[in-house]
Each structure stands twice: as C-alpha cells, then as structure tokens.
Design a protein around this ligand. Structure first.
Ligand code: SF4
Length: 438
C-alpha cells in the first residue's frame, strides 16, 4: 500500500523527504487520505523554524527530526481551500529555538506531506478559487491601472489607500477596484471595539507584528460615493465591500457609511453593497439596512460566548450582540453570512460544533464562509477555553449541511439581487444572483 511520507525543511530552506517516516498531525494522529489533496496551484510552502518535524517510524514509534537536520514544514493555502489538519511538530528546546521564532508570523499553517511521490496538503476545496487565484491579478496591468486611476482622481484618499493595499499587500479586493470587476474594497475605520488575538491590522503584544498597517484616516462621504458608484455600476456581479483587512471595525463609522449608502443608492440600483464586520452593534446594523445595505458578513471564531470573548476580547459588547445583528439584518431582508475563523481542533470540537448549529438556526444565517485562521497555534490555543474532542473538519462541514438545510458553505461573499416585495418583512429580500426563486 502506498505510504504517506513526512516532509521537512532543511536548514537551507529546501523541501526534504524523511524516508520511512509516516507524518502525524498536530495532535499526533496519522493522516487520512480523504483529508488530503494534491498541493493546489497558488499555495506557498514555508518552514516552521523552532518546530521539529514529527512522525512515526516503521514500527509505529514516535519520531522527532533532530534540529541539526531542519524544521517542520507547512503550506499556506490559496483562498478557496479549507485546511483539515494542522502540521505535526514538537517545539524545540529553548537552547535550539532560533531568534524571533518563539511566535511564528500570522499565516495559515497547513499540514504538508508526500504521497505517491507528490506533494499533498491536509485540505479540501470549498469554493471556486478562480477569481482569487494569483493568476487573476496581472501585476504589470495592475500597476498601469493604478497609475492612471490615481492620475485621474489624485485627491481621493480611498483610492490612494487601496492602491497601497493592492500593490504592497497584493489584496484582491483592493486590486479589483482598479481592475474594475467583482468584489471591491472600501476601508473607512481606523479604530476597533475588539482586540482580537490574531488581528491582522493591529497587534498590541511585544514582538507580534501585524501583517498590515491599519488605516489612519476616515474618508469623506464624497470620497466613498465617488469610488462606490463607479464600482457598483460595473454590473450585477459588482460587490462594494466595507470592512477590509487594513482597517478596524467599520461600524464605528456607521454614520459615514449610512450617508454613503443613501447617496449611492440614490444614484444607482446596480450591484451589491456589502459589509464585513464584527457585527457588534445591532442598532447600527438596522440603520444601515434601512439605508440600503444588501448583505452583512459577521466575523466570528465561535458560537460559544467564552471562546468568542477569549479571542475577540470585545470592548462593550459580546457574542449576543453579534447574534442580534444577524437576526436584525435577516429580518430587514439583507443577505447574511458568517466569516467563520476556522481552526482544526477548535472549530470541529464537538461542543463548538453543536453551538454552531444552534447559532446558525437561531440567526437564520444563509452562508458560512470558511476562513483559515492565520495564527501560530502556540499563540492561540493557550488563550482559549478547553473544548471537547474534534470530529474532523470534513465531518463538521457535513454536519452543517445536514443540520442546517439550505445553508450555503463556501469561502467568498456573493453578489445578491433584490426580490420583489414578498409581503414579508420590510425591505426587499436579497438572494444570491445565482439563486433560482421557486
Ligand atoms: S474585529 Fe477586526 S479589526 Fe477589530 S481587532 Fe478583530 S480582526 Fe482586528
């Protein structure tokens, strides 16, 4: 029978094979081939310094790669793929821990192994990656488009901000503003009423560096409307998204967004106006829906209050407000989704999974977007409450489909359209563009 083989990174940064060693995952379990796929195009391979590769020898005995040979290895998946297992490793002794490796940078470490001579990852495809694949973002064309757009609108700070995000971070939604297509970004908020352990735009703790700088201004309504109307008028597939990785919480600028939505909807009926948010303020959500917001995505790591509080460290709100925001938006006719910060061993823990089913049923959420949480397990897990045994990520996804009929599970926000007033809740119900109405 074809065996899986452990891989590791040599000290020179090469991918190497540990012949005769079977890889194990973060919890020391062997991999199930059903949990693995060939390494997808667009993935990145990275070493995990200070982490010793871990496996089992031919006799099934535990095996740890000596630090003199190299470190554990992982992959970062392209969007559209969801990891099913974390890489297996053992922390190096302090005397062998390289400088600055105590905590690894904010990436989505995914298990990488060899099977039948090929590179495999512990992952499953959960959406169509085509529109998010690096190949869809031609760099030279982007630079040209950014230059000409900034020349035409030199005063618009929203464009200047997202030119920076597109060129310096490779942000797909920022880049789409300049490619004039699909989901385009509008960041508005520098502050936040949460202090997430894994925040990618602001880190408080010494030694932790957030991958992106947080926005340091609040755009004017006019700046937003100028960018927004142009993008929305691109057509029914255009999505204008408030709430980006480079900002804090957009609801802290709800008044600005509300005015902008009203003015944009006064000028165009086209496209989808969408909000990515920590959904901490149900009343602000009600006002934005009344102004014309089409869809809301609430970000959360858990449906259990204790886990939520431990990760988000919220200021002046709790998971209950997130739940109320989703219900409020749903009742107002907006399309609702969850940005589920997925972490194998946490998300698929039986008690966490059971709470998710209740939460999704109670809120009537229509779409779950699975997001590989980009954080070092050593930073995250010690800070979270204990949880039950894990069922496996694929089993968790199956459970969602089984227990919440009609729920959509994927990785991306969807463009929506308004249905004629159905005589139900106020406002026009939104459904995905590709949704056929009975
Ligand atoms: S809600 Fe968003 S911006 Fe605020 S701390 Fe969390 S990740 Fe950062």
């Amino acid at each position: 029978m074809t065996q899986m083989t452990m891989l590791y990174a040599t000290l020179a940064g090469q991918v190497a094979t540990a012949r005769g060693i079977e890889p194990v995952d973060f919890d020391g379990n062997p991999y199930d081939l059903a949990d693995c796929i060939p390494l997808p195009s667009g993935a990145t391979i990275a070493m995990m310094p200070g982490r010793l590769a871990r496996g089992r020898d031919r006799h099934g005995q535990p095996y740890i790669l000596p630090p003199t040979r190299g470190w554990a290895i992982s992959a970062f998946l392209p969007i559209g793929y969801t990891r099913t297992r974390l890489p297996g490793y053992q922390l190096a002794e302090p005397e062998n821990m390289p400088a600055n490796a105590a905590t690894l940078p904010f990436f989505g470490y995914t298990a990488l192994l060899e099977y039948a001579g090929e590179l495999y990852v512990a992952a499953t495809r959960t959406d169509d990656p085509a529109r998010w694949h690096p190949d869809a973002f031609d760099r030279r064309k982007l630079e040209r488009l950014v230059r000409s757009r900034l020349r035409a609108e030199p005063e618009n700070r929203v464009l200047a901000q997202h030119a920076h995000c597109a060129l310096d971070y490779g942000c797909p939604t920022a880049s789409n503003l300049f490619f004039a297509r699909w989901e385009g970004a509008v960041a508005v908020a520098g502050g936040c009423n949460a202090r997430c352990i894994g925040c990618i735009s602001k880190q408080e703790e010494d030694g932790l560096v957030s991958p992106q700088d947080r926005l340091n201004f609040v755009p004017t309504v006019a700046e937003i409307v100028a960018v927004g109307v142009r993008h929305l008028n691109l057509g029914p597939e255009a999505i204008l998204s408030f709430g980006q990785g480079c900002e804090g919480e957009p609801l802290l600028q709800a008044r600005v967004i509300e005015q902008a939505i009203r003015l944009m909807r006064a000028q165009t009926d086209s496209g989808t106006i969408h909000l990515n948010s920590n959904a901490s303020q149900p009343r602000a959500i009600a006002r934005l829906c009344a102004a014309g917001l089409d869809s809301l995505r609430a970000s959360t790591i858990s449906a259990r209050p204790a886990t939520y509080a431990a990760y988000y460290r919220p200021i002046g709100y709790a998971l209950e407000q997130v739940k109320q925001s989703l219900i409020t938006a749903r009742e107002a006719g907006a399309y609702t989704s969850i940005n589920l910060l997925l972490f194998p061993g946490l998300t698929d823990a039986e008690d966490e999974a059971a709470a998710w089913i209740d939460f999704l049923r109670e809120t009537g959420t229509q779409l779950v977007q699975l997001r590989n949480l980009t954080i070092d397990p050593e930073l995250l897990l010690p800070k979270l409450p204990s949880r039950g045994p894990a069922m496996g990520i694929r089993a968790f996804i199956d459970l969602l489909h089984r227990e919440v009929p009609g729920l959509r599970v994927g990785n991306f926000s969807v463009a929506v359209r308004r249905l004629p007033d159905s005589g139900g809740p106020p406002g026009h119900r939104r459904v995905p563009l590709d949704h056929s109405v009975e």
